[in-house]
Design a binder for this molecule. Sequence first.
Ligand code: ATP
Ligand code: MG
Length: 333
Amino acid sequence: MAQPLLEVRDLQTHFELEDGVVKAVDGVSLTVPRGRTLAVVGESGCGKSVTARSILRLVERPARIVGGQILLYGDEPSDDPLDLLAAKDKRLREVRWSDIAMVFQEPMASLSLVHTIGNQIVEAIRLHDEIGKVAARERAIEMLGRVGIPDPKRRIDSYPFELSGGMRQRAMIAMALSCRPRLLIADEPTTALDVTTQAQILDLLQDLQQELGMAIMLITHDLGVAAQVADEVAVMYLGEVVEHGPATSVLSAPKHPYSQALVRSVPRLGQRGQARLAAVRGTVPPPYERPSGCRFHPRCDAFMAGKCDLTVPTRVRADDTDVACLLYGEENR
Ligand SMILES: Nc1ncnc2c1ncn2[C@@H]1O[C@H](COP(=O)(O)OP(=O)(O)OP(=O)(O)O)[C@@H](O)[C@H]1O
Ligand SMILES: [Mg+2]
């Protein structure tokens, strides 16, 4: 297998609350391929955002990363990877924006309210690129135009509160892309946007991916979006990745019963803007209650009593896909 750009190994991020510990991310392993797009999908609350934030160590109390490795590989196969969880704060600050930029689900949480978007973008660019203010401002204006902000020469001097939600989200995306990162982590970047804008932004991300050779980790509820842009798909359930493989395999012939239920719940998968996750049978259990054995067993159509409720499945390779289910692999028999 080709060396990935980023590898998350057995990541554990817990919320340490008064009533107990919520294992929001409980053994996530995944890889992001170089210059390509990984979509991370799964129902609300399964730990997608916490995983994304953990990659840049942006989790705050009461959340704490308690285990795992996050390896960022260099350009040469012989380069030692950098473990972002073990790296010094200073090194991590160098990685943010220039190697890995992130667009959050809530753009207001990541834009400063007291600076114009232009100043914020220029500052982010100049933190990592040795270019002058004027050149950085030109790049920012160009990028604001490319994400579909009208009259970017004027809008660049707006404060975040002067922009609509959709425009703020675009400004956030422009800021991330202005830094030309090797990896863009985008957490539901288009959910708040109308269908036309959403399509425009996704096209833009794909263009820039080509242009910059940038990898994208795209977190989305929308399997239609995943089908449109992803090369690989990771399916998350209750804090772990239950299936990971090429998008064509995972979306057209999913192996894990949870992935199968997700895909079934989408009418006409592949039609842009139509595919939102409908309900999978049952509901996600409350955060303090982790089912024994396979975490999906109480909701699974293929449940085998005395097996799935007792044995934690090992993740195994089945065809071109990694899957954690007792239906697959010698290890699980
Ligand atoms: N501030 C918090 N305090 C306690 N628990 C939290 C907090 N934020 C998240 N969690 C826990 O972490 C779990 C994962 O949350 P996360 O935001 O990563 O889900 P998600 O997959 O991104 O969902 P969505 O699709 O709704 O964005 C939640 O189910 C919840 O139990
Ligand atoms: Mg989320």
